[in-house]
Design a protein around this ligand. Structure first.
Ligand code: FAD
Length: 508
């Protein structure tokens, strides 16, 4: 069982054995403006939805677990969210919005000293009569969403981990096992219900608010609080999923197979995969893992035939429901520990994969004994078909469309690779060292991909580090358009870096 768990662990995040949540006393002080805000919210909503202490919620990262809010509030409807935002604006109290709580820094989704709006009660699922779309609450975690849809033998473009929130995942992009066929999750949202920065409610689709519809696909939490999304649903029974782990001496074979899958099998849009190269502190060695996804009930589909020839250590490959795969992945990526993400994008190249893995291996030398240290490098393709599917849906703010920075890739029929560096550690004293390590890796990985003429500027916002600016990477035209839209919908700057909701990535 432990081996199976490690397989998943290594595949996505490379986090080690479950670490207990670090319990620091926390020194966040309550903002004076938020005292009246909390008291008004307590009066309106009562103890069922209001809490002074940190509510009983899952927060993935210890840095967010240590962050204390003046109060927590759990809305049950769009009207509740509108009322809450009205009180907050009226009192000028700072706030944050929490969906699945997988962001990694204070104020991202837990307000430091202000109000945290926890969306977890907003988990409705309303399937349309033709079963082609579903209107769902933004407070779903991916598991509750999958389970709600599986009752109808449907699924949607969710991610791999059960307890990741739909809110952050879909507002940033959303890489799914269905992305090769349909694009990112955000390209499959047909309508948003949102509470705007002036606390009014809007229904946003290409006809009602074309600009805002564009902005919400990649614009993250810069435009209001999304309460419901109408998403594509897809008929889905059992599929192939699971992970195989390998010893590091298989690296060359795996790297070559990843390249072959990305380029040679790009037209088989039932297939998706990602693979990882991580450092295991216990054995003081590197391990590898490959996650296979095939959205039909085929245990050994043709694209993975060569990969399956490589001797592996452990395997969880099987046919199952996507909800079940997501539960296993979540049990391998438990909450707790301090974490960071950083990312680099480039055209597929087996040589570059090895190079940026080697850079990680070189840069970790002085950190190898840091308590709970687990660096892992996950590489996954953004398939040509996914870029095309996004374009067919009218493009998005993230620039994965005809006019955005990924255009060249699409035109030349070349997919790209996203490399995600994930790092977990335990001690606060190591925070700065870990940040410096990630920055160094980004610097060097960027340099080598540039030298090879294969660097791509696009950064996936949900994988970026705090030092990276994904909005710059969306292309100047998109960034300027986003800024204009923001100044129109939020003239008071409530959702800007100087406003009341400052966490995560802000448009500059
Ligand atoms: C273990 C793990 C697995 C992952 N797997 C995948 C994957 O398979 N595919 C993929 O693409 N990404 C994946 N990610 C990245 C993930 O998509 C992001 O971390 C995402 O932002 C998490 O969303 P959340 O709702 O859980 O986090 P939260 O911390 O709750 O939210 C993240 C940000 O979104 C904002 N936000 C959330 N809901 C709303 C809303 N309704 N309105 C306005 N703003 C809102 C929050 O305020 C916050 O700033 C993974 C991350 C982790 C840690």
């Amino acid at each position: 069982m432990a081996a199976v768990r490690l397989a998943f662990v290594a595949a996505f995040l490379g986090v080690g054995p479950a670490t207990a949540a670090v319990t620091h006393p926390g020194n966040t002080s309550i903002m004076p403006e938020c005292v009246p805000a909390c008291s008004r919210l307590a009066n309106i909503f009562g103890p069922q939805a209001y809490s002074r202490g940190d509510a009983n919620v899952t927060l993935w990262d210890a840095k967010q677990q240590e962050t204390h809010s003046a109060c927590w509030i759990q809305p049950s409807s769009t009207e509740d969210v509108s009322t809450i935002l009205g009180v907050i604006i009226d009192t000028s109290c700072r706030f944050a919005v929490k969906s699945g709580g997988h962001a990694r820094n204070p104020d991202d989704s837990v307000s430091a000293g202000g109000v945290t709006i926890d969306m977890q009660r907003m988990r409705s699922v309303e399937v349309s009569p033709d079963q082609k779309t579903a209107k769902v609450g933004s407070g779903h975690i991916l598991l509750s969403l999958y389970q709600g849809l599986e009752k109808y033998n449907l699924t949607t473009l969710g991610g791999r981990v059960a307890d990741v929130g739909l809110g952050g995942y879909v507002l940033g992009g959303g890489f799914s096992h269905l992305s090769p066929k349909y694009g990112l999750a955000m390209d499959n949202v047909f309508e948003y219900e949102i509470v705007l920065p002036n606390a009014t409610v809007a229904v946003v689709n290409p006809q009602t608010h074309p600009d805002l519809y564009f902005a919400l696909r990649g614009g993250m939490n810069n435009f209001g609080i999304v309460t419901h999304l109408t998403m594509r649903t897809v008929r889905q029974g059992q599929m192939l999923g699971g992970v195989r782990t390998y010893t590091a001496d298989r690296r060359d074979a795996i790297v070559e197979q990843a390249y072959a899958l990305t380029t040679g099998w790009k037209n088989d849009t039932d297939m998706a995969f990602f693979y990882s190269y991580g450092y295991d502190q216990e054995s003081d060695d590197f391990t590898m893992a490959v996650s296979q996804e095939y959205v039909r009930p085929v245990i050994s589909p043709a694209p993975f035939a060569q990969l399956n020839q490589i001797p592996f250590e452990h395997s969880t490959l099987r046919l199952d429901r996507i909800s079940q795969f997501s539960i296993e992945t979540a049990s391998a990526t438990p909450p707790g520990g301090r974490n960071l993400f950083a990312t680099v994008t480039y055209s597929p190249s087996a040589h570059l994969d090895r190079h940026i893995q080697d850079i990680m291996a070189q840069e970790i030398q002085s950190l190898r004994t840091a308590r709970g240290f687990y660096p892992n490098l996950v590489i996954q393709p953004l398939y040509e078909a996914a870029i095309r599917a996004g374009k067919e849906r009218g493009g998005n703010a993230a620039g994965i469309n005809a006019d955005g920075p990924l255009t060249g890739m699409y035109k030349t029929n070349v997919p790209c690779y996203l490399a995600l560096l994930t790092v977990r550690w335990e001690n606060t004293d190591d925070d700065n060292h870990m940040d410096a390590f990630a920055q160094k890796w980004v610097e060097r990985a960027t340099a080598v991909t540039k030298d090879a003429g294969k660097h791509h500027p696009w950064l996936y916002i949900n994988y970026a580090s705090t030092e990276q600016d994904p909005f710059l990477s969306y292309g100047e035209a998109n960034r300027q358009r986003l800024r204009r839209i923001q100044s129109e919908v939020d003239p008071r700057g409530v959702f800007t870096s100087g406003g009341l909701c400052r966490g995560y990535f802000k448009l500059q």
